[in-house]
Design a binder for this molecule. Structure first.
Ligand code: GAR
Length: 200
């Protein structure tokens, strides 16, 4: 069975969406491991569902080596679901077009180093853009820059705050990440340079 590793750092609502989609039979994949770079609620979600977990310390000089070793043993696809560490080049080279990330804005806007979670929504609101959304993309050596698989746009409302905007966007993050995993697991995604197409 197609094996995925899910990398997490926080609440794990995207991980939960993947777990639920598997339970419902929508995803026919094995969640082989959930790997965290800090203690977080996502690890509990994984444990509650009998998934192997790994807690790595970013401060450990071997952090990237441990990550590399776990991934090469048990992942056909690596899913960054709110993972806040930068993945080193050796791993990206080994998993070229096999690492995906969910970002809570419409890339290439409001992305890059240090742009994650609530910070993204705060910047979106400060800038005053009228549309935001989420992006699922492959990871390459530049932060938030790899080929885009899916995007979903929705309006920023006059009375939105960070919380309301993030909650409305999360609903669509959950759908996009599950859909991307499904299509990749079925070998229905073609990548040519930056261009990603869905095969019928
Ligand atoms: C999500 O909104 C995800 O898009 C974001 O962190 C949140 C994690 O939520 N990721 C980034 O900002 C990465 N640049 P979750 O832990 O509930 O899935």
């Amino acid at each position: 069975m197609f094996r995925i590793a899910v990398l997490v750092s926080g609440n794990g609502s995207n991980l939960q969406a993947i777990i639920d989609a598997k339970k419902e039979g929508y995803l026919n994949v094995k969640i082989a491991s959930v790997i965290a770079d800090r203690d977080c609620f996502a690890l509990q979600r994984a444990k509650d569902n009998g998934i192997s977990t790994y807690l790595l310390s970013k401060k450990d000089p071997n952090f990237q080596n441990y990550l590399y070793n776990i991934l090469t043993k048990n992942a056909d696809l690596v899913v960054c679901a709110g993972f806040l560490s930068i993945i080193e080049k050796k791993i990206i080279d080994r998993f070229r077009n096999k690492i995906i990330n969910i970002h809570p804005a419409l890339l290439p806007s409001f992305g890059g180093k240090g742009m994650y979670g609530e910070k993204v929504h705060r910047k979106v609101l400060e800038y005053g853009v009228k549309i935001s959304g989420c992006t699922v993309h492959f990871i390459d050596e530049n932060v938030d820059c790899g080929p885009i698989i899916f995007q979903y746009a929705l309006p920023v409302l006059d009375d939105d705050d960070v919380n309301s905007l993030s909650q409305r966007i999360l609903v669509f993050e959950h759908q996009l990440i599950v859909e991307a995993i499904k299509l990749i697991s079925l070998n229905k995604i073609k990548v040519e340079g930056r261009k990603v197409t869905i095969l019928s």
